[in-house]
Each structure stands twice: as structure tokens, then as C-alpha cells.
Ligand binder design. Structure first.
Ligand code: SF4
Length: 177
């Protein structure tokens, strides 16, 4: 199976990539994350994913230039439900590229994170699977293993989910202290 695997960062890709390679799946990684702000954070996460792709010998597609407007326009006036919009934005683009690239299926490393809305991601992914199926697996089982490996490999580990809203939630208490 040729699988296009959307990835949000290096640490979240380690466990799913290894598991899929062990099963003989031909994995191609895709970095499409206009939800990551600011640009320097985006660059660090993309570099981390590049290092993971090199370490496991899998191709990495980075087809878009950095454009946070794509994210902000998508979530405008829907900020309360921004995560669903954010998942859909990234998975729709992944499915589109997978179709064009004649992949057999698409998926995402968001299914690895215990901090994401797992069932929402699954619902959105499966809802998009028409001409090309969404590959679902609960990669959270490998959470600890991935954390240990990413630290051992020296891959950049982020402190917040990605968008400015999540960054503010992460550090708000420090501002108010
Ligand atoms: S918190 Fe994370 S998933 Fe939710 S909108 Fe922000 S970047 Fe996207």
C-alpha cells in the first residue's frame, strides 16, 4: 500500500512511520500545516520532520510555502470550533494530494497525539474518504515510545499545539502571574 501520511511535526511521526514500515506500507510524509505560528516555529517543526524522514528513509513532501492566512481565513468567526476546522483543512489538502499522486490511502500523525481530539480527526478523515480511503489507526498506543525516541534522536519538541490561540493558552498563566 502507498500511503500519504500527513505529519504535524517530527516527534508525532516517529511511532506511526516505524509501525507502518514494519508492516510493509510505503509511507510518504506530507508537511502541510498553515496552523503553525509563527514562522520560526513552523520552520523548527518542518526541520524536525525532515530529520525523522531522513532517519527512516521515507520521502517528505512540503508542497506549500508558509501561508498562515490559509488558516486564519478558515477559522475566522469560528474560533470556538477552530480545531475541527483546522483538522478538516489539513486532511482535505492531504486527500487532494493523495488523489493526484495516485496513493492508495491517506492518514495523519494527528492520530498519534493524546492531546488532539482523536474521534473528531477520525470522523473528519473517514468523511473525506471517497475516491481514496482514509487509513485509521489509534497510534496513541505508541505515545510513550515516540516521546522517548524523539528525545534520544534530538528532534525538536514543541510546547504548544500550533496556532496563536494554543500558544496563548499555553503561556497565559505566565503573563498573569
Ligand atoms: S489548537 Fe491545534 S488543532 Fe486546534 S486549531 Fe490550534 S493548531 Fe489547530
Amino acid at each position: 500500500m502507498r500511503l500519504l501520511l500527513h505529519a504535524c511535526c517530527g516527534p508525532c511521526a516517529i511511532y506511526p512511520v516505524q509501525l507502518l514500515l514494519q508492516r510493509g506500507v510505503a509511507v510518504t510524509l506530507l508537511f502541510f500545516n498553515p496552523n503553525i505560528h509563527p514562522l520560526q516555529e513552523y520552520a523548527r517543526r518542518r526541520q524536525g520532520l525532515h530529520e525523522v524522514a531522513q532517519a527512516f528513509g521515507v520521502p517528505l513532501l512540503c508542497p506549500e510555502r508558509y501561508d498562515p492566512q490559509v488558516y486564519f481565513r478558515a477559522v475566522a468567526f469560528r474560533e470556538e470550533h477552530r480545531c475541527q476546522v483546522c483538522y478538516a483543512l489539513r486532511l482535505e489538502r492531504t486527500a487532494q494530494i493523495a488523489r493526484r499522486g495516485l496513493f492508495d490511502a491517506f492518514s495523519t500523525t494527528l492520530l498519534y497525539s493524546k492531546f488532539q481530539k482523536h474521534e473528531e480527526i477520525r470522523r473528519i478523515g473517514e468523511g473525506l474518504g471517497g475516491a481514496i480511503p482514509f487509513y485509521y489507526e489509534d497510534f496513541r498506543e505508541g505515545w510513550k515510545e515516540g516521546v522517548v525516541q524523539s528525545k534520544a534522536m534530538g528532534i525538536y519538541r514543541q510546547q504548544y499545539c500550533g496556532c496563536l490561540y494554543s500558544e496563548a493558552e499555553r503561556y497565559r498563566r505566565e503573563l498573569e502571574a
